[in-house]
Design a protein around this ligand. Sequence first.
Ligand SMILES: [Ca+2]
Length: 334
Amino acid sequence: MNWIYMKNILIIDTDPSIDDAIAFLMAIARHDLFDKVIINTTAGNSTITNVTNNALKILELVEARHIIVNRGASAPLVKAHILADHVYGKMGLDGLDLPNPSMAASLQSSYDCLIDTVVQNPPGTVTICCLAPLTNVAIAIKKRPDIIHKIKKIIIMGGAFSEAGNITPAAEFNIYVDPEAAQIVFTSFPEVVCIPLDCTHKAIITKDILERFRSVSQPLGNALYILLKYAKAYDTKKYNFGGAPLHDPTVIAYLIDKNIFSTKKVSVKVDARNGLTRGATIVDKYNNKKYQNNVLLVDGIDDSRYFDVVFECLARYPLNQHHHNDECSPTYHE
Ligand SMILES: [Ca+2]
């Protein structure tokens, strides 16, 4: 008897800082849910060289050397790159000197790997998780628009709707860095699952939550604690939230348990014009214009359950190093 297994492949498009790192560590830990995790870097919080190196350093820390890291776009599609070094430091993962990685990035670009992974696997098996500016995804779908219908789901952390922006009054950082790419992504996919600041600003790392990171197995626990303490000092001061938001891991938490979140189908357009509202994500909340709904907007979160999912994943480290992606990926039978 031939058992039919569906693969569940995650491509994580990321610009590591600590938020990104926690997100992909969660995904890697849940190899019972995700057969394969691929890390695609893109210029965002820091330069492409720094964010790629940061991804490799975090993987080295947990000895997850079986995870492939691809280096992606070094700049947005049109405009010059804007960094978030005011938040995450000059290297994008400041506050702790992590050992240099023994692995290197692959020789393939992030966008070509995205295309190949979708083309080489059955339809409905690849999920794209975007934790960074959308440059790589835009390049990939411009090169090969036929991959869009084969992708199971695209889920992004980005945008600000009723909530104000975090890099300009109108825009959230990931969209603001490359609004031209965001416009391509939002107009190309039949549905984008979007987790904006409206949601992540309710996911606050309080003092108690920060302490919980120390309880994760070492050396990971202390590293996360120190890196978060450094990176979140800026936002803790900036917002009057009683702590700083933990943005990117919401994407992985959504894939693990979407019941933690509330959602609404809406139409969203991205403003890519120059000026005050560049990078704004405009939602037609009351369906005034009867545009086609292109976004599943994640507008609410049960923060206590969210952090439980985060820690449930991180508690799985150290992982059994013999449990490689290839070994846990079942063969697919048509
Ligand atoms: Ca990110």
